[in-house]
Design a protein around this ligand. Structure first.
Ligand code: GLC
Length: 422
């Protein structure tokens, strides 16, 4: 077998090994449940293995959807004791226990890609028809629940919701959250080296927020008013914006939901206006913002660059962003570091503070393509391919050395490789 064939077989086997009765764990032990954006990305990989299994991944994720439309960040389908905090700590009493926050909503964009790629069009059409009302409810939830004042910018309540858990962009906002005053045992450190994981001070505050949601009875109004952590996260805002465009496309294609389409178009227009309040001339970039202090975070992260994935940057803003993107791509041996290496907080091996994540590279490459930046897009792809080929199917990669970090045999890394370059 050629090397490429071997890599393809390995990726397919990772998905199969991580399959637990219809949903895929990101990796066993460290993340033993179904995660929201992992499930979406992983379904793209399953499309190359078994289309009906790919649709099942999304159906399983939607089983955890709340009555108010939210699709949670973790669905605890079955009890497993290698992860903390589990369902008892979150305290959500639904039939299928879940967490009480969501994650970057790449789901609808993936469903659109799946329906376009499907060879079994009949299956795709019937699955899509079943799912569409649920996908609409999910996006309605984002705008209604997280932007009740119609600013065009949805708010996020937990660093875990960003999917970029310990990104330095959240440091200041998280530091303002009180720590919990009880002791607990983290389980991530049983599986991964502590210098690749978040610090204890951060964990104490992650847990405070989990308790806060529970003590607020998961009441949206109470949380919006009193949550001690509220940020405009450009990753979520951009991924939502792109996915809403895809949702409108899906509705139009099926000639349904005209009223919803009008309403979603209004939301898009609000975001296209609101996003400019996050632009910084000083940094020549969009920046995340703390909604409580109204301060922009000066740290450049791949979240800030995801704006191009949503095509939310104007021509003028793009002129300013392009040199930054190029410097960023060349600043570390492997691109694209999750934190720009010229920022003080950059750490090449620590989780979301500097390593490379392949699914983020893929989204930024799509954004670069949409602005005609084919060289930048090609570099993102070739670096991703090199990382995978040299170092394997890790959760993420050290941006200076390339060495794989975090969990091994990781589902979204296998899936993105199958979908993007293998
Ligand atoms: C970590 C990541 C998050 C991911 C999850 C499962 O929490 O930060 O983005 O969804 O692991 O892979």
């Amino acid at each position: 077998m050629t090397d490429k064939k071997v890599l393809i077989e390995q990726a397919k086997n990772i998905l199969k090994r991580n399959d637990v009765d219809g949903y895929t764990v990101p990796t066993h032990d460290l993340y033993p449940f179904q995660w929201n954006w992992d499930a979406a990305i992983t379904a793209l990989g399953w499309m190359k293995v078994d289309e009906s299994r790919a649709w099942l991944e999304i159906e399983m994720l939607l089983k955890g959807q709340w009555e108010n439309g939210m699709v949670p960040h973790i669905i605890f389908h079955k009890p497993v004791d290698t992860y903390f905090p589990g369902p008892d700590v979150w305290g959500v009493k639904n039939d299928i226990p879940t967490t009480a926050i969501s994650q970057p909503p790449v789901l609808v964009s993936v469903v659109k890609m799946m329906s376009e790629q499907a060879t079994d069009k009949g299956l795709a059409e019937s699955k899509l028809a079943e799912m569409l009302p649920k996908l609409i409810a999910y996006h309605q939830w984002w705008y209604n629940d997280r932007d009740p004042e119609n600013t065009g910018l949805v708010v996020s309540y937990h660093p875990w919701e960003s999917g970029m858990d310990n990104s330095p962009a959240w440091d200041e906002s998280l530091a303002a959250v009180p720590p919990v005053n009880y002791t607990y045992k983290r389980k991530d450190l049983d599986h991964v080296d502590s210098d690749e994981r978040p610090h204890a001070e951060q964990y104490d505050r992650y847990l405070y927020l989990v308790d806060f949601f529970k003590n607020s009875n998961f009441d949206s109004e109470v949380i919006y008013k009193n949550c001690p952590y509220k940020v405009y996260d450009l990753g979520i805002i951009s991924i939502l914006h792109k996915a809403t465009k895809d949702l409108i496309y899906l509705c139009k294609q099926s000639n349904t939901n005209e009223q919803e389409v009008t309403w979603f178009n209004e939301q898009l227009a609000l975001t296209e206006k609101g996003i400019n309040t996050l632009w910084s001339n000083e940094h020549n970039s969009f920046l995340n913002k703390d909604v409580i202090t109204q301060k922009l975070s000066p740290v450049l992260t791949t979240g800030t660059m995801l704006v191009i994935y949503a095509e939310l940057a104007s021509a003028e803003q793009m002129n300013a962003l392009k040199p930054l993107l190029n410097e960023w791509l060349n600043e570390t041996k492997y691109c694209m570091s999750s934190t720009y290496a010229k920022c003080e907080a950059f750490e090449p091996q620590r989780y979301w503070r500097g390593p490379v994540w392949l699914h983020i590279n893929w989204m930024i490459a799509l954004g670069a393509d949409s602005y005609g930046l084919s060289e930048e897009s090609a570099k993102l792809k070739s670096d991703s391919e090199e990382l995978l080929t040299k170092f394997g199917y890790f959760e993420y990669f050290n941006s200076e050395t390339g060495v794989g970090c975090g969990g091994d045999d990781f589902s979204w890394t296998a899936a993105i490789a199958l979908h993007w370059f293998l």
